[in-house]
Design a protein around this ligand. Structure first.
Ligand code: SAM
Length: 232
């Protein structure tokens, strides 16, 4: 990856960034995404936020090496605390982390969202947490994408302000992804169902405590939801 060429995963995230928006990329280890978007002329200004010193330094080096220091500010900060009110950030990208960590970042920095119109997330797992966060925080899904790279499947969830109420099925698999029902979507959930069958078989062999029974029931509930989705 470099300033001219992103991984397919990050390129898919970049594809949802509106032209000329002011961007904050949170968890921006090499600042690849903001550098690429500035290089391509999609955006003029960005903040790259990173909480760990090493990745922060490499983001800074990359921004400097590309001559973008006047346009991309790299900040060492936890989550949305990289954003100042005066930045006027309109779009946030948070990619390559678990859905639960992404929602923690969004919850902890809620007061930094005042000027934000669009949040683009790419959770590595547990996308359901982001859909739930959207419902609870007056955001709605305006687009979703699912793609495969190097055998791994990634979901991208695009949120904008608005109220939404999703069914348990839509929260789990995504209302827009379910509608699109692509081959990659089917592949993701077939893989998931295989894994759930394996886990349930293992749980069946364990001592049947209340915790085990609840875990099994929750998996079987999701299994049934997904089975119905794939059957339609
Ligand atoms: N966003 C890039 C991507 O998608 O390729 C980098 C993904 S990398 C796996 C996750 C990065 O997020 C790491 O550099 C990590 O240090 C950073 N990170 C994790 N928690 C964070 C937080 N609370 N605030 C800012 N950065 C965070």
């Amino acid at each position: 990856m470099n300033t001219n060429h992103l991984s397919e995963r990050l390129a898919a995230v970049a594809g949802f960034v509106p032209k000329d928006t002011i961007l904050a990329d949170i968890g921006s280890d090499h600042a690849y995404l903001p550098c690429y978007l500035v290089n391509k002329g999609v955006i003029q200004r960005a903040i790259a936020g990173e909480v760990v010193k090493g990745p922060f330094e490499s983001a800074k080096r990359n921004v400097q090496a590309n001559g973008f220091s006047d346009r991309i500010q790299v900040r060492l900060a936890n989550g949305l605390f990289a954003i100042e009110e005066t930045d006027g950030v309109e779009t946030i990208t948070i990619a390559g982390m678990g859905g639960t960590l992404i929602t923690t970042i969004l919850n902890e920095g809620k007061d930094r969202l005042a000027s934000v119109k669009r949040i683009i997330t790419q959770p590595n797992l547990h996308a359901i947490a982001i859909r739930q966060w959207a419902v609870e925080n007056d955001f709605q899904l305006v687009d979703e994408e699912i793609m495969q790279e190097d055998g791994k499947i990634y979901e991208i969830l695009v949120l904008e302000r608005g109220t939404a109420n999703y069914s348990p099925t839509d929260l789990l698999v995504g209302p827009i992804l379910r509608e699109k029902c692509t081959a990659v979507f089917r592949e993701k959930w077939e893989r998931e169902m295989r894994e759930w069958r394996r886990v349930v078989a293992a749980l069946d062999k364990a001592e049947q405590t209340e915790e085990i029974r609840q875990k099994k029931s929750s998996i079987l509930n999701n299994y049934e939801i997904v089975r119905k989705v794939l059957a339609t």
